[in-house]
Structure formats: C-alpha cells, structure tokens
Design a protein around this ligand. Structure first.
Ligand code: SF4
Length: 290
C-alpha cells in the first residue's frame, strides 16, 4: 500500500475490530499530520501582507509571480494519489489555503509592481463555473494593471474532465473569458497537468485542447515524475511528442515533493535525471521546451 507498513497495520486493525468512526478519523489525522502537509511551508512562508495584515490565500514566493488560491477552486476532479496539494482536500480548515477576496488580489498586484503574472491554482480552479472564475479574473482586467502581463490557470481538466471545455454554455463562456483576457492585452496560459500520453488520447481531450488554443490561450504542460506511473524515458518522450502534435508546449517535469505518500511514488534524483535526459535526447527540438 501507499502507507508506511506500521501505519497501514494500525488502520487495518482499527477497521477490522470495528472501531468507531471518530477513532479511525483520529488515527488518520495523526498519520496525515506526519505526512508533511505543507512541504514548502505554505502556511507561514511567502505569505504576503497588506497594511500589515496577512492576505489569506495568496502566496508570493517567486519575484514576478503571485499564486492565488480561490476558495471555490480548492477541490479537484482528479484526486491523484500522488497529489502534493492533498492537504487542500481533507476538510481541515487549518491546513487549507484559500481566498475569497478578488479585491485583495488586485490591490496586492497593484502595490507590487514587480509582479507580472498571476497563477490561479488549487486544487483545480477549473472545477469552478465560469461566472465564479470571472469574479476573480475580471477585476484584474478592469483594474488596468500595467505590470500584470499574464494570467495562468493550473488544471488537470483537459485530461480529466475535457467536457469542461467542449460542452454547454459554461464551456463557451470560458472560451470567451480567454478572449477577454487577450483583448485586455494580457497573455493567457492554461497550465495543463498530464502525466501520461494516454490522457490525451480521447477524441474529446483533443477537441478540448483545440478549442482552448483557438480561443487564444497557450497551453503549457507539466507533470510530476512518479514511480510506477511515468518513471520511464519512453513514456515522457511520447507524452511530449503528443503534446507538441496537439499544439501544446511541454513545460515542466517535477520531482516528488517531501509530502504525502512520497515513499511510494518518489524516484531517486539520479534516476530522475536519467529519465529526463534519455527522454530529451530522443525527441525533436520542438519538444525540448522543458
Ligand atoms: S490534478 Fe493536481 S491538484 Fe488535482 S489531485 Fe491531481 S495533483 Fe492534486
């Protein structure tokens, strides 16, 4: 299993003896607490302030990029077992990082002229309906912030819920929103998570990619290197080839963070380097944007 042996036995024994739900939850919380829920110190580090007050749900750890965690986007359709943001999903508000405040985001970007990019992230912000997304994005446009050059959304929806971009009025409205960001003179990028080329095989996923690109966005692709899922150079080469064929831009290969079921999914750095270089050496130049 993905738990350490001792933790697994503890949970198994509790379930086997018919323990109360509260007792099981207590044990689960204790185990989770040891799984390093905020490996990058999200709760206490890189937390911005306005007028001396902490701004909830914003992280500013890169000079030019602000990460924004809208509260309605702190869930995900995928729930990958290797997720490094798992603390957002376990119903513990002390561990969760979220904001309801578009106004604070605008003020923060205005007050920090070095910020050129806002990355809306989660969870998966594409679980939000477009009118909710608009509540966060439109104020950034109407504020006419000269320093803001780009808006990005991190998502796995192209692979996991492509219908989000192909079916119904809400999908069409999202494509219009991309157009509005472009019309305001900003770059719009969808930061797409796909861990394996199979995720981009279905016809509907390809159609979703085409619609987002036609709306004027760039799709940049990212995924972690995960043991037993994609720890193989050929898998990555195939993934990058497929992305480029569809008009997407390979962008990041991540290594596992020190969090969650890390022991189960991690790949030693020396192997990660080998997988990366072997994959890179077999693909055409257009794929070498990672
Ligand atoms: S898609 Fe991303 S946020 Fe969602 S569960 Fe997977 S890794 Fe976590």
């Amino acid at each position: 299993g993905m738990l350490e042996e001792e933790d697994f036995r503890r949970m198994r024994d509790l379930v086997a003896k018919g323990a109360m739900e509260t007792e099981i939850k207590l044990a689960a919380d204790e185990i989770r607490g040891r799984l390093n829920p905020h490996p990058a110190g999200q709760i206490e580090l890189n937390v911005p302030r306005l007028d001396g007050e902490v701004v909830a749900g914003i992280q500013h750890k890169y000079q030019e990029t602000v990460l924004f965690f809208p509260s309605q986007g702190q869930t995900c359709h995928a729930y990958c077992s290797y997720c490094f943001r798992w603390a957002q999903f376990i119903g513990d508000t002390d561990l969760k990082f979220a904001s309801r405040e578009a106004g604070q985001l605008v003020r923060y970007v205005r007050d920090n002229p070095q910020v050129s990019s806002v990355l809306i992230t989660g969870g998966d912000p594409m679980v939000m309906k477009t009118p909710v997304l608009r509540r966060y994005i439109e104020p950034l446009l109407t504020a006419k912030l000269p320093n803001l050059h780009s808006i990005r959304i991190g998502t796995k929806a192209l692979a996991y819920w492509p219908y989000r971009f192909t079916e119904g009025e809400d999908a069409d409205d999202f494509l219009r929103l991309i157009g509005e960001v472009k019309a305001a003179g900003k770059h719009f990028a969808l930061m797409a998570h796909s861990s394996h080329s199979r995720e981009l095989e279905p016809e509907v996923a390809r159609r979703a990619v085409g619609r987002v690109l036609n709306a004027g966005a760039v799709i940049r692709c990212q995924a972690p290197l995960i043991r037993k899922v994609n720890d193989n150079a050929n898998v990555w080469a195939q993934l990058w080839r497929r992305q480029v064929q569809l008009g997407m831009v390979p962008y990041y290969m991540f290594v596992e963070r020190d969090t969650g079921a890390r022991a189960y999914f991690e790949v030693p750095l020396v192997r990660a380097y080998k997988v990366f270089t072997e994959a890179y050496s077999q693909v055409a130049g257009l794929c070498r944007t990672v």
